[in-house]
Design a protein around this ligand. Structure first.
Ligand SMILES: *[C@@H]1O[C@H](CO)[C@@H](O)[C@H](O)[C@H]1NC(C)=O
Ligand SMILES: *[C@@H]1O[C@H](CO)[C@@H](O)[C@H](O)[C@H]1NC(C)=O
Length: 129
């Protein structure tokens, strides 16, 4: 009987802690800008886009990607994704593959539930010769 009570108390403490975590972990910290690599001598802007994707009525998280290929004999120097939403409800941007030092980059954007994706994206590259 005593152990059952302990179990119940333990379970509800866990449930309380869990909902506390759920509440305070949102909005997530994914409102940060993604800036990888640095500008280098002789590099130039090879791609710029305002990536915008409206939220899903179903509340599903949106996941989209962009692949940017550098011209032949160029390599990416910097990938810059500036989040237009800075209040904590913005999407996350990550490098899925490629990036600085390579000939391409794939960026993956993931929204929060019932939120869209709004990023200003710039990719710079320099000649390898
Ligand atoms: C992105 O939006 C900004 C501000 O609205 C604008 O100044 C800029 O020209 C846009 N960039 C592109 C690539 O459309
Ligand atoms: C990237 O996006 C395209 C369509 O925009 C989709 O077909 C493809 O499966 C996506 N790739 C990944 C790795 O998510």
């Amino acid at each position: 009987m005593k152990s059952l009570l302990l179990l119940l108390v333990g379970t509800s403490l866990f449930a309380a802690a869990h909902s506390f975590f759920l509440i305070y972990s949102q909005p997530n910290s994914g409102n940060h800008d993604l800036i990888v690599g640095g500008r280098e001598y002789n590099d130039r802007l090879i791609y710029s886009e305002n990536v915008t994707e409206s939220f899903q009525w179903s509340g599903m998280k949106l996941i989209i990607n962009r692949t940017v290929e550098a011209p032949p004999n160029f390599q990416v120097t910097q990938v810059k994704c500036i989040n237009a939403v800075q209040d904590g409800t913005g999407a996350e941007a990550n490098i899925a593959s490629g990036g600085p030092g390579l000939g391409w980059v794939t960026i993956r954007f993931k929204s929060q539930r019932w939120r869209g994706i709004y990023f200003g994206v710039e990719v710079y590259a320099r000649p390898t010769y």
